[in-house]
Design a binder for this molecule. Structure first.
Ligand code: B12
Length: 134
């Protein structure tokens, strides 16, 4: 089946909230993305291994606790260490997350809800593909 892009998603380590993540996944699939869901409590090394295996266009980190939001930065550091930060778009989200926080940790994109995530994911993909062609 033709898809518009591959989206790897997971709730960060230490966090079991998955309702928001699951809604995002459903909307992404509805919009034509292939979604690979790693579930909850996903450790940085598991994200790295899954990116290596699946080569997604976008990886999404979901967090619902102020105590687990710092895992975004830990995950991004792990991607950098694995030499894969530039090959994947990083999106972050979850109830306590803001655009300011996403910018502070160095994510490429943030969205407040599922439908905004679809719009932002499509825009980020388009930007990335235009850059590659340029
Ligand atoms: C349901 C719930 C639970 C359930 C989770 C069940 C499940 N399967 O998810 C259970 C009971 C397990 C739970 C446990 C806990 N919870 Co809780 N929980 C909630 C609750 C009531 C709702 C969260 C939710 O699912 N909302 C619905 C979804 C749809 O939310 P949403 O933000 O709109 O989702 C959108 C966006 O966030 C965005 N999005 C989401 N993910 C992503 C990812 C990306 C990449 C992008 C771009 C966008 C995106 O799109 C979503 C869809 O539109 C909230 C309170 C509240 N009213 O919000 C507390 C809340 C999040 N929990 C809280 C707490 C403290 C806990 C516990 C620590 C409690 C305890 N002492 O045990 C534990 C933590 C367990 C753990 N280690 O994770 C606090 C967090 C406080 C804080 N500031 O950190 C809250 C805010 C409650 C409170 N007021 O105290 N919880």
């Amino acid at each position: 089946m033709q898809t518009i892009g591959k989206f790897l998603m997971g709730t960060v380590k230490g966090d079991v909230h998955d309702i928001g993540k699951n809604l995002v996944n459903i909307m992404l699939e509805g919009a034509g993305f292939e979604v690979i869901d790693l579930g909850v409590q996903v450790a940085p090394e598991k994200f790295v291994a899954a990116i290596d295996e699946h080569q997604p266009d976008i990886v999404g980190f979901s967090a619902f606790l102020t105590t687990t939001m710092p895992m975004f930065k830990a995950n991004i550091n792990a991607l950098e260490k694995a030499g894969m930060r530039d090959s994947v778009i990083v999106m972050v989200g979850g109830a306590p997350v803001t655009q300011e926080y996403a910018d502070a940790v160095g994510a490429d994109g943030y969205a407040a809800d599922a439908s905004a995530t679809v719009k932002r994911a499509k825009a980020l993909l388009q930007e990335r593909r235009a850059k590659v062609l340029a």
